[in-house]
Design a protein around this ligand. Structure first.
Ligand code: ZN
Ligand code: ZN
Length: 337
């Protein structure tokens, strides 16, 4: 499957990712130990693309990669000579998974989110630091969520300056794993694991198996696709933000074997960024019937009259009460995740 952003090989089927994830970032027998750099101290080392690289596996410790980037940033004059490693930005590994050790990185395995960066410097970083797959410039405060808050708000997105921003989070639950890909410059960065815990609770209580679930603010599809994994027979993924939905459709394809479903309809040449009246974007059949709608959750009652549970996962700054009331008209149960 070609990456829709860079046409490269960023997208791997979920079963391949899950087979390889445990060893993907682990040191080999010849890898250098953790260099023990102080991330808050003035960083005086001058590192190039060979620094800290393992002669056997060709990978290197995250800190060498960031140190290599910082050396470039100092040369361009964007960063002062006394800058520290932690000032470089937020590194997100291409296949995100909780690992108990510092990752050893191979080619194109890191997306960097940075505040102080130019397009020219971003291009130089992607060109000269082999591990960096993409550089994203953060816009606004770190606390501000990427995407749309409401259908009448302007979208807030970061800017992809160089390379590719497609990365994946491996979602691990008590009833199975999924790989959720996302264009990180256009999708909220998720660090919250309590949502998976709530899905596990529903699963244990038997509230997923055989049911009809609506994931009202589905984003790249995490909760809706977990519902399928948990045995839901009918699932609607809905979001008003088109980039999220495109990722959700991609995630149905990538997890197709694990979920036991296949896309049987996909709307082509549709580019309306923010949804209003629900438009059916894709359907999938198999172990469950999945329908993907681009629309305002408040108008979903025009296309679906009843379901068992509606999941509401808005941004933290949004009061969900209006959505709860609307969803109560069509769902037996409304759960704010
Ligand atoms: Zn890509
Ligand atoms: Zn090695």
């Amino acid at each position: 499957m070609k990456c829709p952003t860079c046409n490269g090989d960023c997208i791997q089927p979920a079963e391949k990712v899950l087979d390889e994830i445990f060893g993907m970032y682990m040191a080999c027998s010849s890898c250098l130990p953790d260099p023990g750099f102080d991330k808050n101290a003035q960083f005086l080392e001058i590192l190039d693309s060979g620094s800290g690289r393992c002669s056997k596996c060709g990978r290197r410790h995250l800190d060498f990669v960031i140190g290599n980037v910082l050396t470039i940033l100092k040369k361009t004059g964007l960063f002062p000579e006394d800058a520290a490693l932690r000032e470089v930005g937020t590194p997100l590994i291409a296949f995100g998974y909780r690992i108990p050790y510092a990752p050893r990185l191979g080619r194109k395995s890191l997306v960097l989110i940075m505040d102080s960066i130019t397009e020219e410097a971003a291009r130089e970083i992607v060109e000269k630091v082999p591990e960096i797959k993409g550089v994203i410039k953060r816009k606004g405060l770190q606390s501000r969520s990427v995407g749309i808050l409401d259908t009448d708000s302007n979208p807030h997105t970061y800017e992809l300056l160089a390379g590719c921003d497609m990365r994946c989070d491996v979602i691990s639950s008590s009833f199975g794993e999924l790989c959720i890909y996302k264009n990180q410059s256009r999708i909220h960065i998720e660090f919250n694991n309590t949502k998976i815990g709530k899905m596990e609770e529903l699963y244990i209580k038997g509230e997923l198996d055989g049911t009809f679930i609506i994931d009202g603010f589905c984003g790249p599809g995490t909760l809706g696709l977990l519902s399928v994994l948990g045995g839901a027979k009918k699932v609607i993924l809905n979001d008003a933000w088109l980039p999220a939905l495109k990722n959700a459709i991609l995630n149905i394809k990538v997890n197709s074997k694990i979920l036991g479903v296949k896309i049987d309809f996909e709307l082509q040449d549709y580019e309306k960024l923010i949804g209003d009246e629900p438009v059916l974007m894709a359907t999938a059949e198999g172990n469950a019937k999945i329908s993907v709608y681009h629309g305002d959750v408040r108008r979903l009652n025009n296309v679906v009259k009843e379901c068992d549970t509606c999941l509401i996962d808005t941004f933290p700054s949004i009061d969900p009460s209006e959505f709860i009331n609307v969803c109560r008209d069509i769902a037996r149960k409304v759960i704010v995740i």
